[in-house]
Design a protein around this ligand. Structure first.
Ligand code: ZN
Ligand code: ZN
Length: 419
C-alpha cells in the first residue's frame, strides 16, 4: 500500500461530515463576491483540523495553511461561488435561495457549476492530509477563492496581497466537476481551457421615422452588418487548426417597428487558446466595428468596452505528467485525457502571479449508467445537463470521494515521503 492509498483509505472517516457539508452548501449557494456563509463553514473546519487560517483575502477568500516541516509548498484551490440560476433538480437539498446581484436585481441562486463539489472535496482532502501528517512533509495551502464566475476572484486575492500573507507555493493544482462519468478524472497537457473576453459595442446612428430612412443613419442595419462581418474573423482570418469562438450573445436596438433608433448595443464574447490569437481577434473586432461605422457614415465614433476577461489555462507538462502518474496509481483505468474545453477559468491568475507551474484536471460528475446509456444512444448533448444548466447536479458519490482522493494524490505527488 502506498502512503496516498493509506490516506485515502481513511475516507470513510470523513464521508459523513463531507456529505452533510456538501448538501448544506448546495442548499445555501451564494453569488460571486457574496460567499460569506460558505467562507465561515470553511474557516470553521480548517481551524478544527489545525490549519492556520488567513481569511478575508480579496473579500471572502480563505487560505488554510498547514506547515508540516521542510519540503515543498503545494496550493490546492477550490472556487466557492454559485450562479443566478433557478434550480430545477428536484433533490431534497435543492436551493430555493434568492439574492441581490451586483446590479441590484433579485435573482435565484444555484450551485449550477458544481463549485459546492469543489469546496467539499478540498475540505475532505484538507482534513485527510491534516490527520496523516506523519506521511508527508512540506506545507499545504488549501485555498478557497471567491468569484470564479465573474472572472475576478483569483485576481482579487492576488491584488489583496495574498502571497505576502501565505507561504509561496511551488505548484498550484485545481479541478472542476464536468459532464463525464463519476469516478473518472481527466488530465490534459498544455492548453485545457480557453482565454475569454467579453465586449460591449455601442454604435451611434441618427434616429427618425421609419417611413423616412433617407433622413436617418440606421443603427439596426449597421449592427446587423457588424454581426455578419464579425463571422469572418474566425472563419476566414483564423487558421482552421487554431480553435476560436466569437459569439454575439446580445443585440439591442429600438423600441417600435416604425421608429429608427439612435443607437444599437452589441455584447459579444470571444474565446481562443493562445494570447496571440485572442489579441488578433480583439484587434479584428475593433477594425470591423470602426470600418462598418465609417461605411454607414455614423455621426460619432463607436464605444467599445471590454469586460469579463479570463486568462488562458495552460497546464505545465511536467506537473501534469506527475499528477497523471499519481492518478493512474490510485484510479487505474478511470484516468482519461480531458477534451480541450471551450469554457474559461480564472484559476491560472493565482500561479501566474508567481510564475509557478500548475495543472487543472476534470472530474466526472454523472452517474455511470446514465452516462453510458447516453453515449450508447449518441444522446450526450440531449440527455446530460451541463454546467450552468438548472438541471446540472453531479451525483454525490463517488464524485466527492474521487474529488477528495484526486486532491490528496496530486498533493502527495509533491509532499509525500515517497515523492
Ligand atoms: Zn461556471
Ligand atoms: Zn465552474
Amino acid at each position: 500500500m502506498t502512503d496516498t492509498e493509506r490516506i485515502v483509505a481513511d475516507y470513510e472517516a470523513v464521508r459523513g461530515d463531507q456529505e452533510a457539508l456538501y448538501r448544506d452548501l448546495h442548499e445555501h449557494p451564494e453569488l460571486s463576491h457574496q460567499e460569506t456563509r460558505t467562507a465561515e463553514k470553511v474557516i470553521d473546519g480548517l481551524r478544527t483540523w489545525g490549519f492556520d487560517v488567513v481569511d478575508g483575502v480579496g473579500g471572502t477568500g480563505v487560505v488554510g495553511v498547514l506547515a508540516n516541516g521542510a519540503g515543498p509548498t503545494v496550493l490546492l484551490r477550490a472556487d466557492m461561488d454559485a450562479l443566478p440560476v433557478e434550480e430545477d433538480t428536484g433533490v431534497p437539498y435543492a436551493s430555493t435561495q434568492v439574492a441581490t446581484d451586483a446590479a441590484g436585481a433579485r435573482v435565484p441562486v444555484m450551485h449550477a457549476c458544481g463549485h459546492d463539489v469543489h469546496v467539499a472535496s478540498l475540505m475532505g482532502a484538507a482534513r485527510l492530509m491534516a490527520s496523516h501528517t506523519d506521511l508527508w512533509h512540506g506545507t499545504l495551502l488549501a485555498l478557497f477563492q471567491p468569484a470564479e464566475e465573474t472572472g475576478d476572484g483569483a485576481r482579487g486575492m492576488v491584488d489583496d496581497h495574498l502571497f505576502d500573507r501565505v507561504p509561496h507555493p511551488d505548484v498550484a493544482l485545481a479541478q472542476h466537476v464536468l459532464p463525464g462519468p463519476t469516478g473518472h478524472v481527466g488530465v490534459r497537457n498544455g492548453a485545457v481551457l480557453s482565454t475569454a473576453q467579453s465586449m460591449r459595442v455601442t454604435v451611434y446612428g441618427r434616429g427618425g421615422h421609419g417611413s423616412m430612412p433617407q433622413n436617418t443613419i440606421d443603427p439596426v442595419v449597421l449592427a446587423a452588418m457588424i454581426v455578419v462581418r464579425l463571422q469572418v474573423l474566425v472563419s476566414r482570418e483564423t487558421a482552421p487548426t487554431d480553435p476560436a469562438v466569437l459569439t454575439v450573445g446580445s443585440l439591442r436596438a429600438g423600441t417600435k417597428s416604425n421608429i429608427i433608433p439612435d443607437t444599437a448595443v452589441l455584447e459579444l464574447n470571444v474565446r481562443a487558446y493562445s494570447a496571440e490569437t485572442m489579441a488578433r481577434l480583439l484587434d479584428g473586432i475593433e477594425r470591423v466595428v470602426r470600418a462598418e461605422c465609417e461605411a454607414s457614415g455614423c455621426p460619432r465614433e463607436p464605444e467599445i468596452e471590454r469586460f469579463g476577461a479570463f486568462p488562458i489555462t495552460e497546464n505545465d507538462s511536467e506537473t501534469t505528467e506527475r499528477i497523471e502518474e499519481a492518478f493512474r496509481d490510485l484510479f487505474g483505468d478511470s484516468v482519461g485525457i480531458l477534451d480541450l474545453q471551450t469554457a474559461s477559468e480564472d484559476f491560472s491568475d493565482l500561479p501566474n502571479a508567481l510564475g509557478i507551474p500548475y495543472s487543472y484536471w476534470g472530474l466526472g460528475g454523472i452517474d455511470t449508467a446514465t452516462w453510458d446509456k447516453a453515449v450508447a444512444a449518441g444522446r450526450v448533448l440531449e440527455d446530460i445537463p451541463v454546467n450552468h444548466s438548472p438541471k446540472f447536479l453531479p451525483v454525490m458519490q463517488p464524485t466527492l470521494k474521487t474529488g477528495t482522493s484526486a486532491l490528496v494524490a496530486a498533493a502527495m505527488s509533491y509532499l509525500g515521503k515517497e515523492a
